[in-house]
Every structure is written in structure tokens, then in C-alpha cells.
Design a protein around this ligand. Structure first.
Ligand code: NAD
Length: 364
């Protein structure tokens, strides 16, 4: 396995291979870039088929976090951790403590949070060994209620705001009454997005591979349920991918007709060329790391001790950032994914001083 010659190696600052004989921990932490601040990104646990798959995932995800935080105007760098193992059967306190020790050994250059396969319980276990963990402390929300550090409600809010910006740009409508939306995956974010859409009067179709989540979406959202393989081909206004990555590919594009694609999943484009193909077909794609930044924004304000109101305002600025991306893409004829990368890199090079326009307006 090569690291420096790996196709997904992108001048990462540090890649740490972690092994603890006693607990059986095998993990990789990748710090992509700390120019804007400490590298913050979730710790994923997944039964990778081999070490190469884990390395590829952590290299790609950590780079994505650099772009996501930069585009969102946060003073955070990009990093990610992966634990190689089954999240249902492979966890022990000893293993989580060993992981916490490795995170602590980096002295705050990498800060962890929940991700696929980890949640509140794991963050609590890490927090017994390291200060550099987010989401382990309960906090007060805007309505005064106390919540865990789980940032997925903020991710859902950001996706909703971004979806509205996309619908306004592509379909020329502000009123979502009767808007037809297909949500792929009604987990933490997909269900939250569904709640916002239902309140706005949209008509929902959902698919999930986990029966309990389908049931909840039916009961709570009054959603129409389709089989997972049928979610792509529906005659809807918006396709909202909120399950896994790589779902915009040659096969799904054969049936996907929705004029707007706006959802929470990371790494939605199977290849960069798919972004260009969507542009040619006039299917407006809301770049994944732009629209799903609500969670990292929430975590950032938790970290600096900011208020729920500050976090909420910043999450809502996702709509303006997307509007800017759509306008630039329409003017230049380039894919929205290319414009998002350019904006993120511009902000990275400016040292994080270039804030999203909506926040600049608020500050002035
Ligand atoms: P989750 O695990 O709570 O929900 C995902 C849902 O997708 C589950 O209900 C699962 O059963 C379903 N699913 C999996 N494969 C499916 C398939 N083939 N077809 C239909 N449904 C399927 O995860 P989440 O926290 O809601 O995150 C959803 C997506 O958003 C992920 O890609 C995640 O990386 C991304 N994301 C999440 C956050 C966050 O704050 N949670 C932030 C940014 C990005």
C-alpha cells in the first residue's frame, strides 16, 4: 500500500496509522489541511474489506472536509478518522479508549466527531481520554430545549434551505406547496429534511432499506413509500439523496429525471464527469459539501462556545452560498461542482477571511 503515490493523496499533512494490540484497534487518521484551523471531521467505523479501502476513504473524506469548512467560511481545517471494524459487533470500551488516546496524542491538530457507525456513546467514550472530541456535551437549542451534541438537525436544516435555493433557481418558485420530492434514506438527516418539507407543504416519496425508518416516515410525514431501486426514476421535482455516496452515476442517470438534485449524502458524484453531464442535462445539482455543511457549522459553534442563534444564522447562509454557485455556473456554463471547488479553494487561499456573502452582510 502506497500513501504518497496514492491517487487520492492530495498533499495531506499527516496520515496516522493506529494500532492497539490489546483491544484490536486498527484505525487511520488523516489530516488533510490545517491552514484555516484544526482539522475537524467525524470518526467513521466501517467493516472495510481491506486496508486500501480504508485508506482511500479517509484520504477522500478528509480532503472533502477541508473544502466543506472552507466553503462554509469556518476557521477549521479538514480531517477524518476511520476505524476498521464492524460497528455493530466490533466495539469495546478498550478499543474506543485506545482510539481516544491516539486522537489525544495529536495534540488538537485533529478534532473528532460522530460519523457513520459512531454516535453519542462513542463520543462519550472518546471524551474519557481526549479533549479533542465534539458532540459529547449536551447543549441548549434555540427553543430552550436540551439536546445532545448530534449535529444532524442542523444538517437537515441546511439541506432544506439549500433545496429551497435550488428550487427557486431552477423552477422559479418560492412556494413549496405541492412540490414533489423523493428522499433516498430517511435516517437522521433524511427524516429531519422530510419534517421541514412536510411543514412547507411538499408531497413526499421515500425509500429506505431499514424498515423501522420507512415506517416512521410513513406515519410522521405521510410519505409515499417506494422500493429502494425505484426511488431514482420517479417523476418528481427534486431528488434528495440522504443515504450513501456514489449514487449519481451512469446507471442512475439513465432513469433520473428530476430537474433538481439536493440532498445530504457525501460524495454523491461517482466521478467528476457526472457533474458535467448533469449540467448538460439541465439537472441542477446542489454540490454535496456545500448543501450538507449544516452539521459542521453546528459543531464549530459548539466548539467556540457560540450561541444556537449564531449557528442557526450561519446554517441558513448555505442558501446564499448555493445561490452564488448556481448563478456563477449559469453564467460560465460550468458544472456547479466545479464552481463549488473553485470557491472553496479561493477561500482556502485567502486564509479563511473570505466569508460567505450572507454572513458578510450580517457582520457589516
Ligand atoms: P443515517 O445512517 O442516520 O441515515 C441513512 C439512512 O439511509 C438509513 O436509514 C439507512 O437505512 C438508509 N440507507 C442506506 N442505504 C440505503 C439504500 N441503498 N437505499 C435507501 N436507503 C438507504 O445517516 P445520516 O446521519 O442521516 O446521514 C445521511 C447521509 O448524509 C450520509 O451520506 C452522511 O454521510 C451525510 N451527512 C450526514 C451529516 C449529519 O449531520 N448526520 C452531515 C453531513 C453529511
Amino acid at each position: 500500500m502506497s500513501v504518497f503515490a496514492h491517487p487520492d493523496f492530495d498533499r495531506h499533512e499527516q496520515v496516522v496509522f493506529c494500532h492497539d494490540q490489546a483491544s484490536g484497534l486498527k484505525a487511520i487518521i488523516a489530516i488533510h489541511n490545517t491552514r484555516l484551523g484544526p482539522a475537524l471531521g467525524g470518526c467513521r467505523m466501517f467493516p472495510y474489506a481491506n486496508d486500501d479501502d480504508a485508506l482511500r476513504d479517509v484520504l477522500r473524506l478528509s480532503r472533502g472536509m477541508t473544502l466543506k469548512s472552507s466553503l462554509a467560511g469556518l476557521k477549521l481545517g479538514g480531517g477524518k478518522a476511520v476505524i476498521i471494524g464492524d460497528p455493530h459487533t466490533g466495539k469495546s470500551q478498550a478499543l474506543l479508549h485506545a482510539m481516544g488516546d491516539f486522537i489525544e496524542s495529536l495534540g488538537g491538530r485533529y478534532i473528532t466527531a460522530a460519523d457513520s457507525g459512531t454516535g453519542d456513546a462513542e463520543m462519550q467514550a472518546f471524551a474519557q481520554r481526549t479533549r479533542h472530541v465534539m458532540g459529547a456535551t449536551p447543549r441548549t437549542l434555540l427553543d430552550g430545549s436540551i439536546a445532545s451534541g448530534d449535529p444532524s438537525p442542523s444538517t437537515a436544516l441546511g439541506v432544506f434551505v439549500g433545496l429551497k435555493a435550488a428550487v427557486r433557481h431552477r423552477l422559479g418558485r418560492d412556494d413549496l406547496t405541492g412540490l414533489k420530492v423523493a428522499i433516498q434514506g430517511v435516517g437522521h438527516v433524511g427524516l429531519g429534511l422530510g419534517r421541514h418539507l412536510k411543514a412547507a407543504g411538499a408531497e413526499l416519496w421515500v425509500a429506505d432499506i431499514f424498515d423501522a425508518n420507512v415506517q416512521q416516515a410513513m406515519e410522521e410525514l405521510g410519505a409515499n413509500v417506494v422500493r429502494p431501486q425505484d426511488i431514482y426514476g420517479l417523476d418528481v421535482d427534486v431528488f434528495a439523496p440522504c443515504a450513501m455516496g456514489g449514487i449519481l452515476n451512469e446507471q442512475t442517470l439513465e432513469v433520473l429525471r428530476a430537474p433538481v438534485i439536493a440532498g445530504a449524502a457525501n460524495n454523491q458524484l461517482a466521478t467528476p464527469e457526472i457533474g458535467a453531464e448533469l449540467q448538460r442535462r439541465e439537472q441542477l445539482y446542489a454540490p454535496d459539501y456545500a448543501i450538507n455543511a449544516g452539521g459542521i457549522i453546528d459543531v464549530y459553534y459548539q466548539r467556540i462556545g457560540g450561541s444556537a442563534a449564531q449557528s442557526d444564522a450561519h446554517v441558513r447562509a448555505i442558501g446564499d452560498t448555493l445561490q452564488q454557485i448556481f448563478t456563477r455556473a449559469a453564467a460560465s456554463g460550468e458544472p456547479t461542482s466545479v464552481i463549488a471547488d473553485r470557491l472553496a479553494l479561493e477561500r482556502l487561499q485567502a486564509g479563511g477571511d473570505a466569508q460567505p456573502e450572507a454572513l458578510q452582510r450580517q457582520a457589516s
